[in-house]
Design a binder for this molecule. Structure first.
Ligand code: MRU
Length: 355
Protein backbone atom coordinates (compact mmCIF):
# COMPACT_ATOMS: atom_id res chain seq x y z
CA UNK A 1 0.00 0.00 0.00
CA UNK A 2 1.45 3.33 -1.11
CA UNK A 3 0.81 5.25 2.09
CA UNK A 4 3.73 6.81 3.91
CA UNK A 5 2.06 6.98 7.32
CA UNK A 6 -0.83 4.57 7.92
CA UNK A 7 -2.90 5.03 11.08
CA UNK A 8 -2.01 8.69 11.45
CA UNK A 9 -5.05 8.95 13.77
CA UNK A 10 -5.47 6.25 16.40
CA UNK A 11 -6.37 5.62 20.03
CA UNK A 12 -3.71 5.95 22.70
CA UNK A 13 -2.90 3.20 25.22
CA UNK A 14 -5.86 2.56 27.52
CA UNK A 15 -8.12 4.15 24.86
CA UNK A 16 -8.63 7.32 26.91
CA UNK A 17 -6.56 9.55 24.61
CA UNK A 18 -5.99 9.99 20.87
CA UNK A 19 -2.68 9.98 19.00
CA UNK A 20 -2.23 11.97 15.80
CA UNK A 21 0.56 12.69 13.38
CA UNK A 22 1.13 16.45 13.69
CA UNK A 23 0.61 17.65 10.10
CA UNK A 24 1.90 21.15 10.89
CA UNK A 25 5.40 19.62 11.20
CA UNK A 26 5.41 17.91 7.81
CA UNK A 27 7.38 17.33 5.68
CA UNK A 28 10.32 18.13 7.94
CA UNK A 29 9.45 16.14 11.05
CA UNK A 30 7.34 13.03 11.67
CA UNK A 31 6.06 14.03 15.08
CA UNK A 32 3.16 12.39 16.90
CA UNK A 33 1.06 14.06 19.58
CA UNK A 34 -1.17 12.58 22.21
CA UNK A 35 -4.28 14.56 23.15
CA UNK A 36 -6.32 13.83 26.25
CA UNK A 37 -8.32 16.94 27.18
CA UNK A 38 -11.10 18.60 25.18
CA UNK A 39 -8.97 21.76 24.94
CA UNK A 40 -6.07 19.81 23.39
CA UNK A 41 -8.43 18.10 20.96
CA UNK A 42 -9.98 21.38 19.81
CA UNK A 43 -6.55 22.98 19.49
CA UNK A 44 -5.39 20.08 17.29
CA UNK A 45 -8.32 20.64 14.90
CA UNK A 46 -8.12 24.47 14.86
CA UNK A 47 -4.39 24.62 14.27
CA UNK A 48 -4.62 21.95 11.51
CA UNK A 49 -2.42 19.42 13.31
CA UNK A 50 -5.15 17.10 12.07
CA UNK A 51 -6.95 18.35 8.97
CA UNK A 52 -8.91 17.38 5.88
CA UNK A 53 -12.68 16.92 6.03
CA UNK A 54 -12.91 13.13 6.55
CA UNK A 55 -9.88 13.07 8.88
CA UNK A 56 -11.31 15.61 11.32
CA UNK A 57 -14.54 13.56 11.42
CA UNK A 58 -12.59 10.37 12.22
CA UNK A 59 -10.55 12.25 14.82
CA UNK A 60 -13.67 13.72 16.49
CA UNK A 61 -15.15 10.21 16.71
CA UNK A 62 -12.10 8.87 18.53
CA UNK A 63 -12.01 11.98 20.75
CA UNK A 64 -15.60 11.51 21.94
CA UNK A 65 -14.90 7.85 22.67
CA UNK A 66 -11.72 8.66 24.63
CA UNK A 67 -13.58 11.34 26.61
CA UNK A 68 -16.40 8.90 27.40
CA UNK A 69 -13.83 6.41 28.78
CA UNK A 70 -12.37 9.11 31.03
CA UNK A 71 -15.83 10.08 32.30
CA UNK A 72 -16.92 6.49 32.96
CA UNK A 73 -13.69 5.87 34.87
CA UNK A 74 -14.70 8.76 37.13
CA UNK A 75 -18.14 7.20 37.75
CA UNK A 76 -20.28 9.10 35.20
CA UNK A 77 -23.16 7.13 33.70
CA UNK A 78 -26.72 7.29 32.34
CA UNK A 79 -28.42 10.56 31.38
CA UNK A 80 -25.77 12.69 33.14
CA UNK A 81 -23.02 11.09 31.02
CA UNK A 82 -25.06 11.52 27.85
CA UNK A 83 -25.71 15.22 28.60
CA UNK A 84 -22.00 15.75 29.26
CA UNK A 85 -21.07 14.01 25.99
CA UNK A 86 -23.58 16.14 24.09
CA UNK A 87 -21.83 19.26 25.41
CA UNK A 88 -18.38 17.90 24.51
CA UNK A 89 -19.65 16.89 21.06
CA UNK A 90 -21.01 20.38 20.40
CA UNK A 91 -17.66 21.88 21.35
CA UNK A 92 -15.77 19.52 19.03
CA UNK A 93 -18.22 20.09 16.16
CA UNK A 94 -17.76 23.85 16.51
CA UNK A 95 -13.98 23.71 16.21
CA UNK A 96 -14.10 24.33 12.41
CA UNK A 97 -17.25 25.35 10.54
CA UNK A 98 -16.87 24.47 6.86
CA UNK A 99 -16.25 20.70 6.62
CA UNK A 100 -19.58 19.02 7.30
CA UNK A 101 -17.85 15.70 8.14
CA UNK A 102 -16.98 17.03 11.59
CA UNK A 103 -20.58 17.58 12.76
CA UNK A 104 -21.66 14.50 10.77
CA UNK A 105 -19.29 12.28 12.79
CA UNK A 106 -20.22 13.92 16.11
CA UNK A 107 -23.95 13.45 15.38
CA UNK A 108 -23.34 9.81 14.50
CA UNK A 109 -21.41 9.22 17.74
CA UNK A 110 -24.12 10.87 19.86
CA UNK A 111 -26.80 8.76 18.16
CA UNK A 112 -24.79 5.66 19.10
CA UNK A 113 -24.54 6.90 22.70
CA UNK A 114 -28.31 7.47 22.88
CA UNK A 115 -28.96 3.96 21.55
CA UNK A 116 -26.62 2.23 24.00
CA UNK A 117 -29.22 0.75 26.36
CA UNK A 118 -27.95 -2.09 28.56
CA UNK A 119 -24.21 -1.54 28.07
CA UNK A 120 -21.58 1.00 28.96
CA UNK A 121 -22.07 4.03 26.71
CA UNK A 122 -18.36 3.95 25.88
CA UNK A 123 -18.71 0.45 24.40
CA UNK A 124 -21.22 1.72 21.84
CA UNK A 125 -19.02 4.76 21.16
CA UNK A 126 -15.95 2.56 20.68
CA UNK A 127 -17.73 0.47 18.07
CA UNK A 128 -19.02 3.57 16.28
CA UNK A 129 -15.70 5.43 16.01
CA UNK A 130 -14.00 2.31 14.67
CA UNK A 131 -16.83 1.88 12.15
CA UNK A 132 -16.48 5.52 10.99
CA UNK A 133 -12.75 4.95 10.43
CA UNK A 134 -13.19 1.60 8.66
CA UNK A 135 -16.00 2.91 6.45
CA UNK A 136 -13.82 5.84 5.39
CA UNK A 137 -11.12 3.43 4.22
CA UNK A 138 -13.68 1.49 2.19
CA UNK A 139 -15.18 4.69 0.74
CA UNK A 140 -11.80 6.06 -0.27
CA UNK A 141 -10.98 2.83 -2.05
CA UNK A 142 -14.24 2.93 -4.03
CA UNK A 143 -13.82 6.64 -4.85
CA UNK A 144 -10.31 5.84 -6.09
CA UNK A 145 -11.63 3.15 -8.43
CA UNK A 146 -14.31 5.46 -9.86
CA UNK A 147 -11.83 8.31 -10.20
CA UNK A 148 -9.28 6.15 -11.96
CA UNK A 149 -11.92 5.16 -14.54
CA UNK A 150 -11.83 8.82 -15.70
CA UNK A 151 -8.09 8.78 -16.43
CA UNK A 152 -5.81 7.22 -19.03
CA UNK A 153 -2.19 6.22 -18.74
CA UNK A 154 0.06 9.21 -19.41
CA UNK A 155 -2.51 11.80 -18.30
CA UNK A 156 -1.53 14.90 -16.36
CA UNK A 157 -3.64 15.68 -13.28
CA UNK A 158 -3.68 18.97 -11.42
CA UNK A 159 -4.69 19.00 -7.76
CA UNK A 160 -5.14 21.70 -5.12
CA UNK A 161 -4.56 21.48 -1.35
CA UNK A 162 -4.32 17.96 0.07
CA UNK A 163 -6.98 15.30 -0.28
CA UNK A 164 -4.70 12.30 0.22
CA UNK A 165 -4.34 9.68 2.96
CA UNK A 166 -3.42 12.35 5.52
CA UNK A 167 -6.77 14.08 4.93
CA UNK A 168 -8.71 10.81 5.24
CA UNK A 169 -7.84 7.31 6.36
CA UNK A 170 -6.20 5.54 3.41
CA UNK A 171 -5.72 6.44 -0.29
CA UNK A 172 -7.58 9.74 0.10
CA UNK A 173 -10.18 11.12 -2.27
CA UNK A 174 -8.60 13.34 -4.95
CA UNK A 175 -5.23 11.59 -4.55
CA UNK A 176 -6.79 8.13 -4.27
CA UNK A 177 -7.05 7.42 -8.03
CA UNK A 178 -3.44 8.58 -8.47
CA UNK A 179 -2.15 6.28 -5.70
CA UNK A 180 -4.22 3.41 -7.06
CA UNK A 181 -2.80 4.03 -10.56
CA UNK A 182 0.71 3.96 -9.11
CA UNK A 183 0.02 0.60 -7.44
CA UNK A 184 -1.18 -0.78 -10.78
CA UNK A 185 1.74 0.52 -12.79
CA UNK A 186 -0.36 3.12 -14.65
CA UNK A 187 1.79 6.21 -15.09
CA UNK A 188 0.31 9.64 -14.42
CA UNK A 189 1.94 13.04 -14.07
CA UNK A 190 0.67 15.19 -11.21
CA UNK A 191 0.90 18.96 -10.77
CA UNK A 192 0.40 19.96 -7.14
CA UNK A 193 -0.58 23.56 -6.37
CA UNK A 194 1.42 24.69 -3.32
CA UNK A 195 -1.85 26.09 -1.84
CA UNK A 196 -1.20 29.33 -0.01
CA UNK A 197 -1.27 30.36 2.77
CA UNK A 198 -0.68 27.11 4.70
CA UNK A 199 0.96 25.17 1.88
CA UNK A 200 -0.91 21.88 2.21
CA UNK A 201 -0.04 21.14 -1.43
CA UNK A 202 3.68 21.71 -0.98
CA UNK A 203 4.05 20.21 2.48
CA UNK A 204 1.58 17.33 2.31
CA UNK A 205 0.50 16.45 -1.25
CA UNK A 206 4.01 16.68 -2.69
CA UNK A 207 5.30 14.63 0.26
CA UNK A 208 2.65 11.91 0.02
CA UNK A 209 3.03 11.54 -3.75
CA UNK A 210 6.81 11.61 -3.68
CA UNK A 211 6.88 8.94 -0.95
CA UNK A 212 4.61 6.79 -3.13
CA UNK A 213 6.92 7.22 -6.13
CA UNK A 214 4.40 9.24 -8.19
CA UNK A 215 5.75 11.70 -10.79
CA UNK A 216 4.77 14.94 -9.00
CA UNK A 217 5.70 18.51 -9.92
CA UNK A 218 5.10 21.25 -7.36
CA UNK A 219 3.87 24.57 -8.73
CA UNK A 220 2.91 27.89 -7.13
CA UNK A 221 -0.82 28.60 -7.20
CA UNK A 222 -0.37 31.28 -9.85
CA UNK A 223 1.25 28.79 -12.25
CA UNK A 224 -1.81 26.58 -12.80
CA UNK A 225 -2.80 28.65 -15.83
CA UNK A 226 0.44 28.19 -17.76
CA UNK A 227 0.54 24.48 -16.95
CA UNK A 228 -2.97 24.08 -18.41
CA UNK A 229 -2.16 26.31 -21.37
CA UNK A 230 0.85 24.09 -22.13
CA UNK A 231 -1.55 21.15 -22.49
CA UNK A 232 0.02 19.25 -19.60
CA UNK A 233 -3.22 18.71 -17.66
CA UNK A 234 -6.00 16.36 -18.81
CA UNK A 235 -8.04 16.54 -15.59
CA UNK A 236 -8.28 18.48 -12.32
CA UNK A 237 -8.99 16.37 -9.22
CA UNK A 238 -9.89 18.14 -5.96
CA UNK A 239 -11.42 17.13 -2.63
CA UNK A 240 -14.35 18.80 -0.90
CA UNK A 241 -15.37 20.01 2.55
CA UNK A 242 -19.08 20.36 1.89
CA UNK A 243 -21.20 19.78 -1.21
CA UNK A 244 -24.54 21.60 -1.23
CA UNK A 245 -27.72 20.07 -2.67
CA UNK A 246 -27.25 21.89 -6.00
CA UNK A 247 -23.63 20.70 -6.36
CA UNK A 248 -21.92 23.93 -5.28
CA UNK A 249 -18.79 22.79 -3.49
CA UNK A 250 -16.67 24.24 -0.70
CA UNK A 251 -13.01 23.29 -0.80
CA UNK A 252 -9.68 24.92 0.05
CA UNK A 253 -9.39 28.59 -0.89
CA UNK A 254 -8.29 28.85 -4.51
CA UNK A 255 -10.22 25.80 -5.72
CA UNK A 256 -12.79 27.93 -7.54
CA UNK A 257 -9.97 29.71 -9.39
CA UNK A 258 -8.66 26.35 -10.60
CA UNK A 259 -12.18 25.46 -11.82
CA UNK A 260 -12.45 28.75 -13.74
CA UNK A 261 -9.07 28.12 -15.40
CA UNK A 262 -10.07 24.55 -16.22
CA UNK A 263 -13.24 25.76 -17.94
CA UNK A 264 -11.19 28.32 -19.90
CA UNK A 265 -8.76 25.67 -21.15
CA UNK A 266 -11.39 22.95 -21.69
CA UNK A 267 -10.00 20.66 -18.95
CA UNK A 268 -12.57 18.56 -16.99
CA UNK A 269 -12.80 19.55 -13.34
CA UNK A 270 -13.72 16.73 -10.93
CA UNK A 271 -14.68 16.88 -7.24
CA UNK A 272 -14.05 13.68 -5.26
CA UNK A 273 -15.49 13.00 -1.82
CA UNK A 274 -17.47 10.59 0.33
CA UNK A 275 -21.25 10.94 0.65
CA UNK A 276 -20.64 12.11 4.25
CA UNK A 277 -19.45 15.39 2.68
CA UNK A 278 -22.75 15.94 0.83
CA UNK A 279 -25.11 18.16 2.82
CA UNK A 280 -28.56 17.96 1.22
CA UNK A 281 -29.91 20.26 3.96
CA UNK A 282 -27.77 23.04 2.52
CA UNK A 283 -29.44 24.38 -0.66
CA UNK A 284 -26.42 26.06 -2.28
CA UNK A 285 -22.95 27.48 -1.78
CA UNK A 286 -24.23 30.74 -0.31
CA UNK A 287 -25.41 28.76 2.71
CA UNK A 288 -22.06 27.08 3.41
CA UNK A 289 -20.23 28.74 6.33
CA UNK A 290 -16.72 29.78 5.28
CA UNK A 291 -14.06 29.68 7.97
CA UNK A 292 -12.01 32.87 8.24
CA UNK A 293 -8.57 32.47 9.78
CA UNK A 294 -5.97 34.68 11.45
CA UNK A 295 -4.25 37.14 9.08
CA UNK A 296 -0.95 36.21 10.71
CA UNK A 297 -0.99 33.06 8.55
CA UNK A 298 -0.60 35.34 5.53
CA UNK A 299 1.77 37.84 7.13
CA UNK A 300 4.38 35.53 8.58
CA UNK A 301 3.63 31.95 9.49
CA UNK A 302 6.14 29.97 7.46
CA UNK A 303 9.04 32.41 7.68
CA UNK A 304 11.41 33.35 10.47
CA UNK A 305 10.87 36.99 9.58
CA UNK A 306 7.65 38.75 8.68
CA UNK A 307 6.97 38.59 4.94
CA UNK A 308 4.58 41.57 4.89
CA UNK A 309 4.50 44.91 6.72
CA UNK A 310 3.60 44.46 10.35
CA UNK A 311 -0.09 45.05 11.01
CA UNK A 312 -1.11 45.15 7.34
CA UNK A 313 -4.79 44.29 6.91
CA UNK A 314 -5.36 40.71 5.68
CA UNK A 315 -8.37 38.78 4.44
CA UNK A 316 -7.84 35.08 5.05
CA UNK A 317 -10.80 32.87 4.09
CA UNK A 318 -9.84 29.20 4.38
CA UNK A 319 -12.29 27.90 1.75
CA UNK A 320 -14.19 29.07 -1.30
CA UNK A 321 -17.17 27.84 -3.25
CA UNK A 322 -16.87 26.34 -6.71
CA UNK A 323 -20.19 26.86 -8.54
CA UNK A 324 -21.79 23.64 -9.71
CA UNK A 325 -21.75 24.95 -13.27
CA UNK A 326 -17.96 24.55 -13.35
CA UNK A 327 -17.92 20.98 -12.03
CA UNK A 328 -17.78 18.20 -14.65
CA UNK A 329 -18.67 15.42 -12.17
CA UNK A 330 -18.76 14.65 -8.45
CA UNK A 331 -17.19 11.28 -7.64
CA UNK A 332 -18.42 9.47 -4.52
CA UNK A 333 -18.12 5.93 -3.17
CA UNK A 334 -21.61 5.27 -4.57
CA UNK A 335 -20.82 6.33 -8.11
CA UNK A 336 -20.15 9.28 -10.41
CA UNK A 337 -22.73 12.10 -10.33
CA UNK A 338 -23.15 14.26 -13.43
CA UNK A 339 -25.21 17.46 -13.80
CA UNK A 340 -27.93 18.26 -13.01
CA UNK A 341 -26.72 17.71 -9.45
CA UNK A 342 -30.07 18.66 -7.94
CA UNK A 343 -31.21 15.26 -9.31
CA UNK A 344 -28.05 13.14 -9.26
CA UNK A 345 -26.99 13.99 -5.67
CA UNK A 346 -30.31 13.10 -3.93
CA UNK A 347 -30.44 9.91 -6.03
CA UNK A 348 -27.31 8.74 -4.16
CA UNK A 349 -29.38 8.56 -1.00
CA UNK A 350 -32.49 6.87 -2.43
CA UNK A 351 -32.83 3.10 -2.06
CA UNK A 352 -32.35 1.20 -5.31
CA UNK A 353 -35.60 0.51 -7.19
CA UNK A 354 -37.42 -2.67 -6.16
CA UNK A 355 -36.57 -2.30 -2.43
O1 MRU B 1 -7.90 23.48 5.80
P1 MRU B 1 -7.72 22.05 5.40
O2 MRU B 1 -6.30 21.66 5.17
O3 MRU B 1 -8.43 21.11 6.36
O4 MRU B 1 -8.47 21.92 4.00
C1 MRU B 1 -8.58 20.66 3.40
C2 MRU B 1 -9.23 20.67 2.08
O5 MRU B 1 -9.69 21.67 1.60
C3 MRU B 1 -9.39 19.32 1.42
O6 MRU B 1 -9.34 19.44 0.03
C4 MRU B 1 -10.74 18.73 1.81
O7 MRU B 1 -10.91 18.73 3.20
C5 MRU B 1 -10.93 17.35 1.30
S1 MRU B 1 -9.91 16.16 2.14
C6 MRU B 1 -10.26 14.64 1.47
Amino acid sequence: MTQPYPDHIRLGPGEDSVILLDQTQLPNRLEERQVRSLAEMIEAIRSLRVRGAPAIGIFAGYCLYALSRQLEARGWKGPALLAELEGLGAALAGARPTAVNLSWAVDRMLRAARGSAGEHMSEALGRECRAIHQEDQDMCHKISEYGLSLLQSGDGVLTHCNAGPLATSRYGTALGPILLAQERGISLRVFADETRPLLQGARLTAWELQQAGVDVTLICDNMASIVMKNGWVQACFVGCDRVAANGDTANKIGTSGVAILARHYGVPFYVLGPTSTIDLSCPDGDHIPIEERDGEEIRSLWYREPMAPSGVKCYNPAFDITPHTLISAIITERGICRPPYSLSLPALFSPPQGE
